[in-house]
Design a protein around this ligand. Sequence first.
Ligand code: SF4
Length: 257
Amino acid sequence: MKGLQAGRTGLEGAHAAGRLVSPVRAKPTRPQVRRVYAALLDHYGPQQWWPTASEDPEAQRFEICLGAILTQNTSWTGAAAALANLRGAGATTPEAILALPHDVLAGLVRPSGHFNVKARKLQAFCEAVMFEAGGSLDALLEGDAAEVRARLLEIWGIGPETADAITLYAARKPTFVVDAYAYRLFERLGIPPGPRRYDVYREFLLSVIGPDVWALNEWHALIVRHGQQTCRRSAPRCEACPLARRCDFARATAAVA
Ligand code: SF4
């Protein structure tokens, strides 16, 4: 506890001295961004996302969509427990989910938090599959990445991060999934592509990485792994980080410790 408090004091000092994120910065260069990716891939290895329990490709895609909604504002552990409950109840298709009374569905997804809202979001997504895409998830995910993303964003309860997760991992079309781990990483490194706005990060990283679905998949998965395991919100493990040598945050906190 004492050590953590001392760390916070050091960080506050670093922020006050303007050593972390300068308000005006050039965008990071392609080589800088690629070095971050290479270091993370070398350190953690390929992540091979998205984790699913289903074997059948169509069932996998549907499970990814459900998981992307259930993991909103919560850990993957909670979302995975909710998915297990749905599987246990046989609610693994849009028809089966829509056949459940709302309170039963809400009870099944309770481990994912905000369970009443999450149940309504799952129902809205399943209604889109059934009534706007003729009962075919593949039809909902048909078209290029921009078309799929725009279609998903029209569904109640689906915001940019969820739409991008479904577009990338279920539809396997090129887009970048921005999340809190990405903001934290690039800001701490001292190479934010601009202000902390979803589209600023997404468009910049997509322009640097390009339309390679495998690389886009790995990028997001590696950032999540790094944010959970090493670059944690409180008490980041900079001493074990493959990016420490190129990180403003690590340099600043070491300098004021
Ligand atoms: S050195 Fe520390 S702050 Fe920087 S990226 Fe690594 S864990 Fe995060």
